[in-house]
Structures are given as structure tokens and as C-alpha cells.
Ligand binder design. Structure first.
Ligand code: 9MR
Length: 462
């Protein structure tokens, strides 16, 4: 092959490769490092989860985030409670709970079952009946055998007993303790173990996040259950916090003392509310609370995960219960991440904040020249840092006598020292963050100094 022809072919091949690389650059994404909340938690052997509820599952914008990598665990907020699962005595209904389980399963998320026994959300037949201790024991055992039996193998854990204590550490006076004494807790745990031997069995409560009388009561309960040989695998610290009440005392040490008893610990219903309206100072405090909770959990090796009590203010329980309070979650009512709050959680989990949106203006141009003394090949790579564009014009200038001979991947022209490159018919569209490369050959005499200023569509680039 005569050598000029071979040189031409080599050049054509090189140009084709260049075009291919340019196209590849348009479609390829950056390598995925852990960046979402659950990916980050997972990298530390934990999960990051959210509660949800059935009415929300028809909101597709909502479920897109709930089912994303941000969350590795789901807790049904209501649909496994007694009024939902046994609305009439002996008649069990699993439709709503099953919907949550199948949502989670389809996305590889674990489920925290919630809850087999509580003083709230009990059906009328149960609360209005008058039961002997023997009858109520059998009702409780039957309920747990059925519900935990139905979900056997499908839930990671059960909040077997929910909120047994008053804030002063005494046992709550309710149907259960009034009829059965405190022994109902052991009865429930044993029934749950029998129904689903592999589920982690938890007792779950609020205002036990820090040390204090209520937390002491829970601690003593766990110790006494263990002493009696009653199955207990974990304690759930709900984490319903409010910035106006201060951060729980010694949270990490508190979690640790439970872990030291040989049980898992988990943050099960985290939210951090404030008196509305939100302002920068309140949000900063709130972000600090979230940071503190994440760090407390990560500081305790048996803290297995963190669940927020739904991820968005759109579906938070707070405003309906605490009038004038809210803004408690890392996503706002429009399902947008709150950069400060989401960012604090992401950062505390070891991420880079993640909530900062990409720059919405500007462009970046990288220029290089492959110089052989009397000529050179210039390559320019434009990165769009603004909103998507559907056509681009790049302008820059030389300081010497560089003269354009031929360009590719764009329409190249020159007027004096000024060079203009516009898109071809096939590379005009640039999404936010996308790049395109173009090249041209030039001849010159004297010196070939690289240009320093570039503009795309009239905007000066970095
Ligand atoms: O999020 C639940 C909300 O939709 C219910 O109306 C409410 C009924 O009391 O229960 C909420 O969830 C609670 C959870 O089951 C136990 N800890 C407190 C939670 C917030 O009230």
C-alpha cells in the first residue's frame, strides 16, 4: 500500500474512533460508587429504610423514590397492625400488608414487620369485649400465630410489642397489662418465635433514645426476659425527635448498653420535627440531630439499621398529630430532597452529601493539541453544565497564525484568529453533564500557543 494512502486510512480510522469515543461519552454514565442512603449504610453493614403506607403506593413519583437505592428496608406504617389484620375476630386480612411486602420484595428491600401488639389501632371487637385472662391470652396467641405465620419468611423482623411503657418507666395501663399483667410481653414474644423462628423479635418504644427512666425500664425488661429465657432479639428506638425538646441524652452510650446485653438495636421510626415555619437556624439544628442519630447508630456495631418514619413531609404523620409542627423529614412535600437535611444524613453515613444539585449553568471546555511542528490536531471537549441544549456553537481564538485545514464532529470555520465550531446534525443535543468532542487539523508557523478562553452559545466556559 503506498504510504500516503496508508496514512490517510490511518487518519480515517483514528477519526472514526474519535467519533465513536465522542458518542460513547454521550451515553456513558460515571462509574457508580456508593452514594445513596442505603448504599452508604450497606457499605457499613447496615440498612437505611423508610416507613410507608398503602394509600401512598399509588403515587408513582413517591414510589419511584421509595423503591430506589435510597432505601433498603420498608416498614408498613399501618397495614400490619391489629385493626388491619384481624378486623373481626378470627377473620384475617392481609391484602394491605401483602401489598407492602410485594413492593419491597420486588425491589430487594427487607421488611420490618410492625406491629403484633399495641395499645392503639385495635379493632372494636377486641377493645369493647370483656375478656378473662385466659381468653385474652388465647386471642393474643391466635393473632400472632396467624399474622406472624402468614408473613413467615417474608419479614426480617417483628416489632412484637410496641410502646409498653409510660414516660416515667412504669408499665402503660392498657387492655394488655390490665388483663394479663406484664407477662403479656413474654407471651407475645414466645408466640412470635413459634410462628416465625427466623424473624428478629423486637420490643419498640419512643422516648427511650437517650438515657432516662423510660430507657432504664426497657433495659430492665430486656434483662429480665433474658433471665427467664424468653426470646428477645432486638430493641427498637423509635427516634421521634423534636428540636424544641433537645437531643436525647447520651444516645450512643444508651444504644451500646442494650447491645452489651446481647440484643440488636435499631432506629425504627426516625423523624425530627420542628415548630413551623422552618428557618435556617431550625433546619441547621434538625440536620445536626439527624447527623447525631446516624453517628450514634454507626458507633454501635449491633445497631443494624435506621428507618425514617416515611421519607417525605408529604406523607408524614406529624402535622396531623402535632398541630403547627412538621418539616420533619429529608424530602419535602414536593418529593424534593432537602439539601441540608438529606445532605447531613448522607454525609454522616460516609457519603459526599449527595443532595447538592448539579450546577445549572455553564460549560466546560477541555482543549488539547497534538503538534508536529508545522501543524497540529486540536481536540476540544465540551461539557454541558447547564440545562439540556439542542444545538451548540463554540468560539475561541488563536494568538498566532494557526490556519484551519479540516475539522470533524462539528462544522469548523475560521475568521482571522477566531475559530467557530457548530454541532453537526447528530451531536447537537447535550443533556446536563453530557460531553461531546470535536477535532480539527491546523497548520501554523512560529509558535502555537493554546487558546485560553472558550464560549459556548455565548456563555464563557471554564
Ligand atoms: O404512622 C402511623 C399513622 O399513620 C397512624 O395514624 C398512627 C396511629 O397512632 O400510627 C402511626 O405510626 C406510629 C407507630 O405505629 C408507632 N409509633 C408512633 C407512630 C406515629 O404515631
Amino acid at each position: 500500500m503506498p504510504s500516503p494512502l496508508r496514512a490517510r486510512l490511518t487518519a480515517v480510522l483514528a477519526l472514526s474512533l474519535g467519533a465513536l469515543l465522542a458518542v460513547t461519552a454521550l451515553v456513558s454514565r460515571p462509574a457508580s460508587a456508593a452514594s445513596t442512603l442505603n448504599q452508604l449504610a450497606k457499605a457499613q453493614g447496615r440498612y437505611f429504610g423508610s416507613a410507608t403506607d398503602n394509600p401512598e403506593l399509588s403515587d408513582t413519583a413517591y414510589t419511584a423514590i421509595l423503591g430506589s437505592d435510597e432505601f433498603g428496608a420498608i416498614t408498613p406504617g399501618n397495614s400490619m397492625k391489629w385493626d388491619a389484620t384481624e378486623p373481626s375476630q378470627g377473620q384475617f386480612s392481609y391484602t394491605k400488608g401483602d401489598a407492602v411486602v410485594s413492593f419491597a420484595k420486588a425491589r430487594g428491600q427487607i421488611v420490618r414487620g410492625h406491629t403484633l401488639l399495641w395499645h392503639q389501632q385495635l379493632p372494636g371487637w377486641l377493645t369493647s369485649g370483656s375478656w378473662t385472662a385466659a381468653q385474652l391470652t388465647s386471642i393474643l396467641q391466635n393473632h400472632i400465630a396467624n399474622v406472624a405465620g402468614h408473613y413467615k419468611g417474608q419479614v426480617y423482623s417483628w416489632d412484637v410489642v410496641n410502646e409498653p411503657f409510660n414516660d416515667d418507666g412504669t408499665y402503660r395501663s392498657d387492655l394488655w397489662s390490665n388483663t394479663l399483667g406484664t407477662g403479656y410481653i413474654a407471651t407475645a414474644l414466645k408466640a412470635a418465635r413459634a410462628a416465625d423462628p427466623n424473624a428478629k423479635l423486637y420490643i419498640n418504644d419512643y422516648n427511650i433514645d437517650g438515657t432516662g427512666a423510660k430507657s432504664d425500664a426497657m433495659y430492665n425488661l430486656v434483662k429480665s426476659l433474658q433471665a427467664q429465657g424468653v426470646p428477645i432479639d432486638g430493641v427498637g428506638f423509635q427516634g421521634h425527635l423534636a428540636i424544641q425538646y433537645g437531643f436525647p441524652t447520651n444516645m450512643q452510650q444508651n444504644l451500646q448498653r442494650f447491645a452489651d446485653l446481647g440484643v440488636d438495636v435499631a432506629i425504627t421510626e426516625l423523624d425530627v420535627r420542628m415548630v413551623l415555619p422552618a428557618d435556617a437556624t431550625k433546619v441547621a439544628t434538625q440536620a445536626q440531630y439527624y447527623t447525631n442519630v446516624v453517628k450514634a447508630c454507626l458507633g454501635v456495631s449491633r445497631c443494624v439499621g435506621i428507618t425514617i418514619w416515611d421519607y417525605t413531609d408529604k406523607y408524614s404523620w406529624i402535622p396531623g398529630v402535632f398541630s403547627g409542627q412538621g418539616s420533619a423529614l429529608p424530602w419535602d412535600e414536593n418529593l424534593a430532597k432537602k439539601p441540608d437535611v438529606y445532605g447531613a444524613i448522607n454525609t454522616a453515613l460516609g457519603g459526599s452529601g449527595g443532595g447538592t444539585p448539579p450546577p445549572t449553568t455553564g460549560c466546560k471546555v477541555a482543549y488539547s493539541a497534538n503538534d508536529w511542528g508545522s501543524g497540529f490536531t486540536a481536540t476540544v471537549t465540551i461539557t454541558n453544565q447547564g440545562p439540556a441544549i439542542s444545538g451548540w456553537t463554540l468560539k475561541y481564538s488563536y494568538s498566532g497564525d494557526q490556519k484551519l485545514s479540516q475539522g470533524w464532529n462539528g462544522t469548523w470555520s475560521q475568521s482571522g484568529k477566531d475559530v467557530t465550531v457548530t454541532n453537526t446534525s447528530w451531536n447537537g443535543t447535550l443533556a446536563t453533564g453530557a460531553s461531546i468532542s470535536a477535532g480539527a487539523n491546523f497548520t501554523y508557523t512560529g509558535t502555537n500557543t493554546a487558546p485560553t478562553a472558550f464560549a459556548v452559545n455565548g456563555t464563557t466556559c471554564t
